[in-house]
Structures are given as C-alpha cells and as structure tokens.
Design a protein around this ligand. Sequence first.
Ligand code: BG6
Length: 514
Amino acid sequence: MSENPLRVGLVEERIPEPCTVVIFGASGDLTKRKLVPALYSLARERLVPPGLTVLGFARRPIGDDGFRAAMREGVEKFARRRPVAGDEALWASFAQGIFYHQGTFDDPESYRALAARLAEIDAARGVPGNRVFYLSTPPGDFPVILRNLGAAGLVVRGGAGTRPFTRIIVEKPFGTDLESARVLNRQVLEVADERQIYRIDHYLGKETVQNLMAFRFANAIFEPLWNNRFVDHVQITGAEAIGIEGRGDYFESAGILRDMVQNHLMQIVSLTAMETPVTMGANDLRDEKVKVVKALRVMDDAALERDVVRGQYTAGSVGGKALGGYRNEPKVAPDSKTETYVALKFWIDSWRWAGVPFYLRSAKAMPKKVTEVALVFKEAPLRLFGAAAAAVGSRANVLAIRIQPDEGISLNFGSKLPGPTTAIHPVNMEFRYGTSFGTEPPEAYERLLLDCMLGDASLFTRGDEVEASWTWISKIHQRWRAAGTDVARYEAGTWGPAEAEALLLRDGRSWRRP
Ligand code: BG6
C-alpha cells in the first residue's frame, strides 16, 4: 500500500528489477547525505524491489558493519522520511542489502575482487547481475575507474533492454571546459555505450524543473504565448544566500559559471526554450534540448564585453548574519578573480525566440535563495488607461515559475483598482505546490536513481548536450582569461554589482526582486 497521497491513482508506476548499486567514493559526503538516504526513501515507499543492494567502494577499511552504521546515521539525519527509529524492521531489511568493498581506484586487483564479491552477493540476494555503477568521486578519478571497470569485464554493453544491465552514473562536473568534456566522453564510450551513461544533474530531478515541461506541454493555454510574438524577455535567476562554505579549493578553479550555469541553469534554459518534443522519451526530449543549446548565439568579443558581468562578494551580512568576503575564505587567493556572481544577456537564434533577450544571473551571498524563471510579456498594444495605470507600477504581465523555495507559479496582471478611478494595479494569481498537493516533493536523487534503475535516461544529460553547452560557456572563460580584467565587487547580502543592474537598465528593463 502506498503511503504517499500523490501516488494514489498513479498508473505508470514501475518497479525496477533487482540490481546492485555500486558507489565509488562511498566515504564521501554525497553518499551519506543524498544517495543512500534517497535509496532508503524509495525502499520505504516500496518503489524499489526488496532485492535492491548497495555496495560502497572506497579506500578506508571500515567493513560492512562500519559502512552500515555510517549509512544509518546518514539516513537518520538526511532522509526525507526520517524514520529509522519508528521502523526498525524496514531498516533491518534495507541494511541487509548494504555492503562495503575496500579497494583503491587505480588497483586492477581491487576490481577483480569486486567482480568476485558482486557475483557472491548476486547469488545470495537473487540479483540477476544487474548493476549501476555510481561515480561519486572527484572527477580526476573518473577515467581510471572507468578503465578498470572495463578491464575487469564488469561492463556489459547495451541499452535499456539488455540483460543483465550495466548502467553508469557520472556525477558532476562533467569536464571543466569543452576539451576536457570531449576527452571524458571518449573515455566513457571506450567502455560503455551512450545508452548506458547517465550524466547526472540534480536539477533535473527537481519536481519544479520537471514541471516546466508539464506546465508547457500538458496545458493548451500557455504554449501559444510562449514565443517572440508575446514575450518581451526572459529572466532566469539562480541565487543562493550561502557563501562558498569552505569549498575554497574547488570554487577557485570552478567559479559560479562552471558551478551553476553550465549545468543546472543551462538545463532550465533548455526546458524553458525548447520546442515540443515528439515524445517524452529520452532521445526525443534530449534532441529538443540540444537544439536550444546549439542555437545559443556565440558571443563575439564585443558581446562578451558588453553582455557579461562577473562579480565577487566582499564582506557583508546575509539575513542578519555576518559573512566574510570571498577573498578571505581559506584556500582562496587574496587577489582571486574567481566569480561568485555572473549575469549574462544572450540570444537564442531560433524562430521561436528571435529578438527575445534572455537575462540570466547566478550568485552566492545574495539576500536570499531563489531559483526562478520569469517570462515578462509585452505590454498591451494600446494604452487605454493612461497615466493612472502607469502610476501604479508595471504594466507588463509576468509569468514566474518558482523552482525553489516556495515552489509554485504566479501570473502577474493588471486589475482595476476598486473605486471611482481608472487606475490599474498589479495583482497575482498563484499556484503553490504546498497548498495544492499538501505533501513534500521527493528528493531529486530519489527520482534520478529510480529512473536509472528503470533504464530511463530522459532526466540525464546526453554527451552531445554537455559538449554543446561547454562550447558556449568555454568562450566566456577564454575571454576572461585573455582579458585578465578584475571582477566587479558586491557586498554579501546585496543583489550583486551595479554593473549587473546597468546591463538591464541599458535596455530599459530591470531585474526582478523576488
Ligand atoms: C551544486 C553546486 O551543484 O548545486 C553548489 O556545486 C550549489 O555550489 C548547489 O550550492 C545548489 O543546489 P540546490 O539544489 O541547493 O539549488
């Protein structure tokens, strides 16, 4: 029996075949915080078969029991349905399927031993050889793990219908520029087929990101407006209130453009701008997404100079709490030019979007966390309400899709102010997930792990898609490197540098204040 009211009446629910999820980098944070808690929540909702098996692969000699104890702690702290104490029987049966294999990524012997261990576990737990290899290590380890998996005969080539199946999930970042992404794609394809590769982007596991497609393609009333005849411009915001939280080492070489834009926000751009796919199947859907990325107008030097703003936060206060400046973070160079803020104006050269500018910003140390897409519509063709309408604010309709938090969708329009006046006042029509569905949405990793076990790659990034987005993003990095110019500065807890305001003001527009 389902415990989730959202699942009542769900006709397309499918349960994957028993399989073993092998996690490389099992002692890392992600395993404990996200992966195992997600698998546990799926088990709790009976969305995975009882034979589901998890095998952690890492260097430390902690044994099955040590790993189980660490995972229990993770589940208790981080699972969406934190429950262990209330449901010991479920935990006991889930924990029986957790194993640990001590090994080193570059030691072929570790993989031969892994193969033997997997065969043993398969026999004991009735798993018919199906495997998901989850690469949750620093990206530098991906190639050696892939090579060794291949050499140990652990990868059976073939797509969703192949049995037993082998699928490989690759964590982000998938490359740091076009060249490294190409090399990694080649390395992956040396051991497996594209159909077996699941490049993860956790934003695609978010309900609200998936709902962009449902909103557009399951309703007839919005799509006719979703184009350059009615849309004046599009604003996409991926703002976070946190700083870099001690990840100086990583962030210095990444910057917000790699950390958030190339992956997460590009997914949102694609889903917002794509054409209707032929079907929602993995290839049809991803074909349409790739077309958007390929249609991004490559910026020439003048555009890069004019339409890209990068910034870095200085000390300030966010939500009443002091936050030190980026350059004062450990492992950050005192003269670092790494961007913690980026704002871009860009164009998608397609029939649908010709002439519609897209403005995108992403940053750390903003006044609050907010991820949203806003379509700002053109004004009514004739102003019948004159000065009184202008006096009360915006005359443009705005459709805002709030990805997180306060997940929902709002439509802003003008309404006559009550009383003997022709004044128009902006008002909102609101949909909120919490109110309409009354339950918390599943964690992104739950959906993505389940989809991979089911052999559905729709919510994963295809190789050509990753390369297309790096083609566009790498141009910006090249330009920054060549120009050697400094970043603009903004105080933590503000909405970014003045240059970013100017980017829109120049066009007679302004950023939304969510
Ligand atoms: C990660 C980035 O991929 O996404 C982090 O590395 C960022 O820097 C995070 O904070 C944001 O994810 P979410 O789901 O909290 O919006």
